[in-house]
Design a protein around this ligand. Sequence first.
Ligand code: TRP
Ligand code: SF4
Length: 425
Amino acid sequence: MPAITEADALYFAVRSRKDPWLSSNDSNQRIVSGMRPTGRLHLGHLHGVLNNWVQLQHEYECFFFVADYHALTTNYEESETIDQYSYDTVVDWLAAGVNPGAATVFVQSKVPEHAELHLMLSMITPLAWLERVPSYKDQQQKLHDRDLATFGFLGYPLLQAADILIYRSGRVPVGADQVAHVELTREIARRFNHVYGREPGFEEQAVAAVKKMGKKAARLYSDLRREYQERGDAEALERARALLAEQQNLSIGDTERLFGYLEGSGRIILPEPQSMLTAQSKMPGLDGEKMSKSYNNTIGLREEPWVVEEKVRTMQTDPARVRRNDPGDPTQCPVFALHEVYSADEVKQWAIEGCKSAGIGCVDCKKPLIDAINSEQDIIRQRAQQFVEDPDLVHAVIAEGSEKARAVARETMEEVKDAVGIGGR
Ligand code: TRP
Ligand code: SF4
């Protein structure tokens, strides 16, 4: 039987954690995600994004923020609504179960380091990288009622890169439309590390840092590094990273050096994040199209019960089902699309059979749906209650979250400035 090496033991120890690779204070454990303030949220947000966040907040160190500067890049002429929308957005998050005790909840403009890092990164960002981000031309073509020929709008994805890198977060839960932005973020981080991670005497400092790990870990690190560099063994690279993340005796600077030394580059000051693709929300709207404010087919996250009832009651059904006695086809019906989201198999079966045989009417069919949506909303309305009654509570959540976020952001900013060589004494 082959002996289990120390590397194997470590490999399994690390693997068996919640998060397969890294320890709790490292970037792979950290998540950042933002949402632009667009007013009150709807069930599309709940099923697409918020339920996912609520899950993640218990598994990762989460930073969730309202991207109010991003709203300004496309809506600078309607800036008067942004603060109210940001506030409403936070209330909706809290109502959906985002817990400020578990996640850091804040507003982007209250953490000026986002803007500061954006500025620093803008210095090393080639114009062409921004011009070729797909959303740049897409949005300019789609939103022709707006002035998007601004420096701010061109910088939209760079600001997003700053949002992510300021927390040195390893993972970014986003929808498919945002993957290109995370990809750009990776390129920017790589460029930054390349330009500013190269310090004089890097090799010597790295070698000295290896020794500080202690004999065993140092040997393991060197072996894994060699395996990666000589044979391109990606698993060795992962194991070496896991090993580094475990080290408690290294300064941040030395840790960065050793992450960089693994790959032969300079220090890694800003780690490259990865997108965590959120399953595309299948949430259909009242008309069967994707639920979206711009299609005017939404059910709000905190809707009055009678409004939910009214909205569902007046929904279009299978157009072939004109009279009560006409059989229908659930696949042609937006009501059934909602059953797919809300109903248990028995209810769905009941609807399919009753519809096809004209055994039930559409009013009957809608009834359990109204109940299901309203009981989901009951919990949300209940959670919202205390915040609606006491707006100061919401402001306190935002203020506290923003302070917590700032403390982390400041640290990154200090290291960034230090690496660039600006603002020191
Ligand atoms: N651009 C994102 C959107 O439109 C919002 C956003 C801003 C964001 N900054 C971010 C998302 C950082 C993830 C991480 O949905
Ligand atoms: Fe749609 Fe239900 Fe009416 Fe069939 S019975 S058409 S599925 S609402």
